[in-house]
Design a protein around this ligand. Structure first.
Ligand SMILES: CC(=O)[C@@H](O)[C@H](O)COP(=O)(O)O
Ligand SMILES: NCC(=O)COP(=O)(O)O
Length: 254
């Protein structure tokens, strides 16, 4: 079988900071976690600086950027489209920025960004981030209207939110999960045809990642909560390597 291009594996280290913050000290340190993830073969580090700073803190982001640039590994900063975050990102200059929706009261990122409904406010922010040297992605649901709107901005990438797919499988609703996978395939092809690179992320696990990794347009997967949780049982190195193995096998078999 000929070698197929493999999706990059971005490891999201937010929830190392969640554990650290439970006690307010410095352990476990997310930057040390990022270093360990890089040693285990992560292709990139993803970190979400939330407006409420529930996990990553500003100084974590500066230290992550220093680590990633010295290791020559891309840092993907997730952020809301606010003036505060734009100013931080402009100083930090990470390799990539993923603009995500944020609701202060939410438990996690519960949906995709409404690019179609906010195109006027998002476009100048994306342009400023681009001018600052970042590759900008938009975290959206697999919806054709959102993809078409994303292509009208200066963003180079869309990351399709896999949360609803993961929840459908958790609920045993295979029919719904399969329908969402069909949407992923159609939307990934549409996005690529419009010149957008396609990433996927949120709620991905050893159990559910394979069909997503098999989508030929998928260039990057961003996975955090499950890998960090699984590291409690098998170690971070083994969890990342196992995820990489599943992703590679899925893509090679596609
Ligand atoms: C956008 C996204 O999906 C990530 O930010 C990730 O889920 C981080 O964890 P929380 O959503 O729990 O902050
Ligand atoms: N953009 C999604 C991400 O970075 C990781 O999401 P999760 O695996 O923590 O749910």
């Amino acid at each position: 079988m000929s070698e197929k291009s493999l999706p990059r594996l971005g490891v999201n280290i937010d929830h190392i900071a969640t554990i650290r913050n439970a006690r307010g000290g410095d352990h476990p340190n997310p930057v040390a976690g990022a270093w360990a993830a890089i040693q285990a073969g992560a292709d990139g580090i993803t970190a979400h600086l939330r407006e409420d700073r529930r996990h990553m803190h500003d100084e974590d982001m500066s230290r992550l950027q220093a680590l990633c640039s010295s290791e020559n590994i891309p840092l993907n900063m997730e952020m809301a489209a606010t003036d505060e975050m734009l100013a931080i990102a402009s100083d930090l200059k990470p390799h990539a920025i993923c603009i995500v929706p944020e609701r202060r009261e939410e438990r996690t990122t519960e949906g995709g960004l409404d690019v179609a409904g906010q195109i006027e406010t998002l476009t100048p922010i994306i342009s400023k981030l681009n001018a600052n040297g970042a590759r900008v992605s938009l975290f959206i649901e697999a919806n054709r209207g959102q993809i078409e709107a994303s292509a009208k901005t200066d963003a180079k990438v869309v990351e399709l939110h896999t949360g609803a797919y993961a929840h459908a499988l958790d609920d045993g609703d295979d029919e719904k999960a399969n329908k969402i996978l069909e949407d992923f395939r159609g939307c990934a092809a549409l996005a690529q045809s419009l010149g957008l690179e396609v990433h996927f992320g949120h709620g991905l696990t050893f159990e559910n990642v394979a069909p997503v990794a098999a989508i030929p347009e998928c260039m990057e997967l961003n996975i955090g909560h499950f890998i960090i949780g699984e590291a409690v049982f098998m170690g971070l190195d083994a969890a990342i390597k196992q995820m990489r193995e599943i992703v590679t096998e899925a893509r090679q078999a596609a």
